[in-house]
Design a protein around this ligand. Sequence first.
Ligand SMILES: Nc1nc2c(ncn2[C@@H]2O[C@H](COP(=O)(O)OP(=O)(O)OP(=O)(O)O)[C@@H](O)[C@H]2O)c(=O)[nH]1
Ligand SMILES: [Mg+2]
Length: 640
Amino acid sequence: MALRHVVVGTAGHIDHGKSTLVQALTGIDPDRLKEEKERGITIDIGFAHLDLGDGLTVGIVDVPGHERFVKNMLAGVGGIDLVMLVIAADEGVMPQTREHLAICQLLRVRGGLVVLTKADLAEPEWLELVREDVRGALAGTFLAGAPLIAVSAKTGEGLDRLRETLAILARAVPPRSTDATFRLPIDRVFTIRGFGTVVTGTVAAGQLAVDERVEVYPHGLQAKVRGIQTHGRPVPAAVAGQRAAVNLQGVERAAIARGDVLGAPGLLRSTGSVHAACELLAAAPAPLRPRQRVRFHVGTSEIMARVHLLDRDALEPGQTGYVQLRLEAPVVALPADRYVIRSYSPMVTIGGGALLDVAPPRMRRGPGLLARLRTLEQGAPAAVLEAHLEAVGAGGTRTADLRTRVPFGPHALRALLDELVAAGRVVVVDREWYVHADTVERLRAEARAALAAFHAREPLKAGMSKEELRTRLGGLDERVFLALLERFVAGGVLVVDKDKVRLPEHAVQLTGDQQAAYDRLDEEFRTAGVVPPTLDEAFARLGLTGPGAQAVGQLLVENRRLVRIREGLYFHAEPLQAAVERVVAFLRERREITPQDIKDLLGISRKYAIPLLEWLDAQRLTIRVGDKRVLREPPPARTG
Ligand SMILES: Nc1nc2c(ncn2[C@@H]2O[C@H](COP(=O)(O)OP(=O)(O)OP(=O)(O)O)[C@@H](O)[C@H]2O)c(=O)[nH]1
Ligand SMILES: [Mg+2]
């Protein structure tokens, strides 16, 4: 039999008998605070567990009904699978009956049942009226048609039926996905003498085992799991859907609070802004207006936020729209997480919905943003992933980063990335680093346009330097740039020659005059041999002027007819080659050469000799020893 992990929460108006019912069902009093016992009301959430037989134990979260403690109620129902909506038979539907029901509806609690408590206080006819009243209140909600069971904690009437019904509902709760990153929104922190810090909560996703390392988000605190308990018993691991108490080693109790999230280290993201779909309850007292300050509840946290409407100027009660929530403190959440908003004053629940984006890109309000939000809300997983890859643009993104912003687990992410790469929708630029194909296409067009402009401006230059092209493309990350360059070259889009990039169709085209100047300059340097003029001297002697002359000179350098020996000093390649051969022969013979030797050998002055020797060093042909040079490679051993 598959193990089921189910958490049931209570809900309902103050004094309707929620805690009494939990105690009658489980024998555990969920009210643990002294003040709760004294005042006879629940203030904060309490916990119990119920053995339903056949290995099925459900966790129970009991919530307060008082309107001032809805905030605590919200921390409790965030992780529940089923709700027991408790309505006192003698009072019927009351304000927090409706508010709690609305909250469960906004949070998309899967299902549940309605318990009419204090049945011993109601006449059968009255009970019938209450039943009808309740059916009316549930119409159109997720509890319409749910079982409705009258019980009395006092007489025990109806409790067996309630247990049976709970067992049926609990067994029908589908198991949670195992493909998810571990996280547990913390609802309680305390210390136990001799053990230290303990946090509790419902495991929202993934699993956690003893001895594993965890992070307390959003503070970035690292800790080790010393022990785990579920339903009061030590266990080696806890999985999604279970209530768990986790004993942490390495963090102080004071450093953690309700609302923090226990998670796998480094695999969650905290954010100060989210994009979301927002439903304003039909019962909300007023429209939601731009920049309205609200209380934002997600997981077990409550944070103040400002609402920015993305698709209209006011959200009317009963309407659903897209919003940005700018948070006054960071939260840790994932898209598809459900949230609730309450108005600042009066403190009433006004709406909620699903998070769509926990790392929203800077985008203006407009059709582009709306299309993106629609995709995030309704699109297939691959489309959602593409939307994120598109939004990050040319910098691309890594798998680990994507993992913190998609509404599916790491295995699904891996499979989708592979699929998109195979389909050519996404380009791999490095290990686990991706750029969207549309972005690559845009960069390809930009690179080609930049090069076309460059060639038109500099027809005598072979190409643009790689570094300049990288700058032209918005200062692309170096690794992304090189990966894309390689891709473009392989695709015949660009040609790379040494550190120059050009369009494949570009060739240096000389006019008749330019060709003549080129040839004369070439000849001038060739005949000058190892005592070449400067470029300017050569231009002057040949009567060449202006930028055209410079470009022709540059072309001789690019074509390797002229070799730059040092700043402003160029040798023609042919006499240079002959000189190098003579120097090497000299060195083979004599093993070393001094500046004076090279002056005598080539018949040149110090002005040429020193730069030439330094150039030979730079070419790694020779190596300097004192004021002499020797060959870098030892000469072949002489025999005989
Ligand atoms: N006669 C009768 N009284 C009940 C029954 N269940 C609860 N009560 C009484 O109703 C009062 C309120 O019960 P609680 O269980 O504290 O109500 P609650 O819904 O937990 O209240 P909050 O947590 O403060 O919202 C207590 O005095 C209970 O003894 C019942 O089935 N029959
Ligand atoms: Mg109570």
